[in-house]
Design a protein around this ligand. Structure first.
Ligand SMILES: Nc1ncnc2c1ncn2[C@@H]1O[C@H](COP(=O)(O)OP(=O)(O)OP(=O)(O)O)[C@@H](O)[C@H]1O
Length: 297
């Protein structure tokens, strides 16, 4: 069942700029979906609409079946978010900040707060002032805030921006844990293709406000009919490959097979033609290759 449904969103800003053009996609319960696109592609506008902070011209977002535009508080009761830079009261502790911020929404449960602070690895610093926190700790406090009260769905807007490699890895592990331990559904808005590759089940790619792709993260799938060849006999290989009806790109050494030919059959022909084959592997395109090909960057 879809937990979050983005339905036919169109948004034109008052300055005439079209930020979103009929964008739809959905997220199933328990999945991690990456939202990708160049600067200005419309990712933050989608998040803003999903959080009820931006009004779409057309379309709506439904969370657990409730329309954000029609039943705002009901829909948003299922969502936690890290959206833009997190702001805290610097002279209060992490614990006090959580208490104040949660109380604004009329909800506070001390045991739950303790549990979440432990989950994000902040329990031992919870009573220190936030002005003493590192950037990584602030992001973990923002995550704790997003998780109170336990939402079904988490929206993360560039959550690892500015973190060092250790902080990025730590944050990634937290997020994967949230899915495995709590079955959380997570929308991740990120510029970091490697992050999306490592964390997401599926992705949506936007270009100039339009959806260009929705599906599995491409690098997780072997591309049918494309092999990577490593050989010292490039000229001989090229000849054997073209006489079998396939194509070799001499720069990338990728071989594209015609539909009737199987990889092991072409490998046999290469060996029979006397080509010294160092390696012959099904090609897994990276998300970067796929993304740049699609967005024409
Ligand atoms: N408040 C606003 N008023 C006018 N135009 C806006 C406003 N907010 C965003 N835009 C424009 O809408 C388009 C989409 O912006 P958006 O912030 O959603 O893109 P993004 O994909 O999140 O970009 P980035 O990766 O740089 O954060 C851009 O052309 C942007 O300039």
């Amino acid at each position: 069942m879809a937990l979050l449904e983005v339905c036919n969103l169109t948004k034109r800003w008052p300055n005439g700029r079209l930020a979103l053009d009929d964008v739809s996609f959905e997220m199933r319960q328990g999945e991690i979906l990456g939202l990708l696109g160049h600067n200005g592609a419309g990712k933050s506008t989608i998040l803003g609409i999903t959080l009820g902070m931006v009004r779409p011209d057309e379309g709506e977002v439904r969370i657990a079946g409730h329309s954000v535009q029609q039943e705002r508080s009901r829909a948003l009761s299922h969502v936690g978010a890290i959206y833009e830079a997190a702001h805290f009261y610097e002279y209060l502790s992490g614990w006090q900040n959580l208490r104040v911020l949660c109380s604004l929404s009329g909800w506070w449960d001390e045991d739950e707060a303790k549990r979440i602070l432990k989950l994000v690895n902040l329990a031992d610093r919870a009573h220190h002032k936030t002005k003493t926190y590192s950037h990584g700790m602030r992001q973990r406090l923002a995550l704790a805030q997003a998780l109170l009260p336990l939402p079904k769905c988490l929206l993360l807007d560039e959550p690892t921006d500015g973190l060092d490699p250790e902080g990025i890895r730590e944050f990634r592990e937290f997020v994967l844990k949230l899915r495995s331990d709590l079955g959380m559904t997570i929308l991740l808005n990120s510029h970091l293709l490697a992050e999306v590759e490592q964390m997401c089940d599926r992705c949506v790619i936007l270009k100039q406000g339009r959806k260009m792709y929705e599906g599995p993260v491409p690098s997780q799938e072997k591309k049918q009919g494309v092999f990577h060849l490593q050989t010292r006999d490039l000229a001989k290989a090229k000849e054997a490959i073209s006489s079998a009806g396939a194509m070799l790109d001499p720069v990338t050494q990728l071989v594209e097979l015609p539909p009737h030919l199987l990889g092991h059959e072409l490998l046999k022909s290469l060996v029979e033609a006397g080509v010294r084959v160092d390696s012959w592997q099904p090609h897994k395109p990276t998300l970067e290759e796929f993304y740049l090909g699609l967005t024409g960057a």
